[in-house]
Design a protein around this ligand. Structure first.
Ligand SMILES: NC(=O)c1ccc[n+]([C@@H]2O[C@H](COP(=O)([O-])OP(=O)(O)OC[C@H]3O[C@@H](n4cnc5c(N)ncnc54)[C@H](O)[C@@H]3O)[C@@H](O)[C@H]2O)c1
Length: 408
């Protein structure tokens, strides 16, 4: 294979096979585990086996996906062929499971949130760095073609200096939908009690906080309102109150950018993202679609009328096509295993980790501040920070320049 072919190949999500795949194991075989299983073939990942505290769930999942079931978490930790544990348990178990795995010398990829408490997340970060282990957290949608293209446009100055972002993550009035009947392809019911108890701030705000912080750097303060608008959504099912089902926050960034972030499960689905800069506006209609088009409107040469100071919308081309073959489109079109693959590549020494643990801790601090500010209410200062994240190689101009140079 020529060098040009090699580079072209790197531009597709299915990497060139050049060594053994990384051995991974799932802890947690519920609803989201099917999303990961469906997208594993896109990557150099070898699922050695799975474990769930509910044995029958693990066995159903193992039989469906034809993977072995471990009898215990200790059995995973004792298996040298497993390098990364993928923690797909419920949020309340994330800290304990991740900690045990790191203590046993395993790299960890955790579903979000990294933990439910900031001190727990910081503890995981400290443990991983002390032991020289990789630790990464979902969401991995920052690695999507859409997010990488947005970031490329921002770096290229397409809209000039960014000033303001609007991020919407309303997920529809779930209490008016037949959510009790939702099941994954291997038969796991959607865990609505846990979802409603954890709430959309902890479950969903992180998707856009990850993008915002990657693009605009560390946040310095959060002011938020949160409320429980449909308090009886678990009536007769769970005695405890659900978490707030609506939140709206203003996030201030050290770079001067201001973002408004809304999330909830009351208003109709709206996953749109808009960034306003001095020279134009960038937008995306769904952060849960890895190949969602990016639209740009720039400052019109002559402002013909008061409301026509921008050109009509044009498509900003994706930096590469989002044509990965294995998809899980029942809910959202996301390549869930891409974050695990990113950690695996860094564990194999093939590149840096793009979703760092330090960044995941910062994201969690912002998400927790959204909840805290709403409860107090107050403007909550954000103390943590993180080293700037790197874009994917295939989304950099240097990569494009290398391809052109090699072709000429
Ligand atoms: N449900 C979704 O649509 C969705 C989408 C994206 C991300 N997520 C995230 O994925 C994670 C899991 O969610 P889910 O929907 O799959 O939940 P789920 O309840 O369907 O599955 C979680 C599984 O983890 C197991 N588990 C819990 N604690 C454990 C422990 N200590 N050891 C071993 N197994 C344990 C449970 O028995 C359960 O089978 C959450 O962090 C959630 O935020 C969920």
């Amino acid at each position: 294979m020529s060098a040009v072919d090699n580079l072209a190949e790197k531009k597709t999500p299915t990497a060139v096979l050049c060594g053994p795949d990384t051995g991974i194991a799932f802890v947690g075989c519920g609803y989201v585990a099917d999303f990961y299983a469906a997208t594993l073939p896109n990557h150099r990942l070898n699922l050695r086996g799975v474990f769930d505290a509910r044995q029958e769930r693990a066995e159903t999942f193992g039989a469906f996906h034809k993977v072995p079931v471990y009898p215990s978490i200790e059995a995973i930790l004792a298996d040298d062929s497993v390098e990364i544990v993928v923690n797909l348990t419920n949020p309340s178990s994330h800290y304990d499971v991740s900690r045990r795995c790191l203590e046993a010398g395993k790299h960890v990829y955790s579903e979000k949130p990294l933990a439910l408490r900031l001190d727990h997340a910081s503890d995981l970060l400290e443990l991983a760095s002390r032991r020289g282990l990789g630790l990464s957290s979902a969401p991995c949608s920052l690695l999507s073609e859409t997010a990488q293209s947005l970031w490329h446009a921002l770096r290229g100055g397409v809209i000039g200096q960014p000033r303001l972002a609007y991020a919407e993550l309303d997920d529809g009035a779930i209490h008016q939908m037949p959510f009790q009947n939702w099941i994954s392809i291997s038969g796991a019911p959607w865990p609505y009690v846990d979802e409603f108890r954890t709430g959309p701030i902890m479950e969903h705000a992180g998707y856009y906080v990850t993008w915002l912080t990657a693009f605009f750097g560390p946040a310095t303060a959060v002011t938020s309102y949160a409320g429980l608008l449909v308090p009886d959504r678990l009536a007769g099912v769970d005695p405890g109150p659900p978490a707030p089902d609506f939140a709206c926050a203003v996030i201030e960034f050290a770079s001067g950018v201001i973002a408004r972030l809304t999330c909830g499960t009351v208003a109709p689905e709206n996953h749109t993202f808009t960034i306003v800069g001095d020279e134009g506006v960038l937008s995306v209609d769904d952060c849960w679609n890895f190949g969602a088009p990016v639209t740009v409107r720039t400052r019109a040469d002559s402002a013909r009328a008061r409301h026509h100071y921008l050109t009509g919308p044009r498509t900003y081309p994706l930096v590469r096509p989002a044509d990965y073959p294995h998809r899980y489109t029942d809910t959202h079109d996301m390549d869930f295993a891409r974050g695990v693959a990113d950690l695996a590549a860094s564990v194999r020494g093939e590149g840096r980790q793009h979703l760092t643990a330090e960044h995941a801790v910062h994201v969690l601090e912002i998400v927790l501040a959204m909840a805290r500010s709403a409860a107090e209410p107050a403007r909550v200062r954000i103390d943590s920070t993180f080293a700037p994240l790197a874009p994917q190689d295939w989304a950099t101009d240097q990569f494009e320049a290398d391809v052109v140079a090699l072709r000429s």
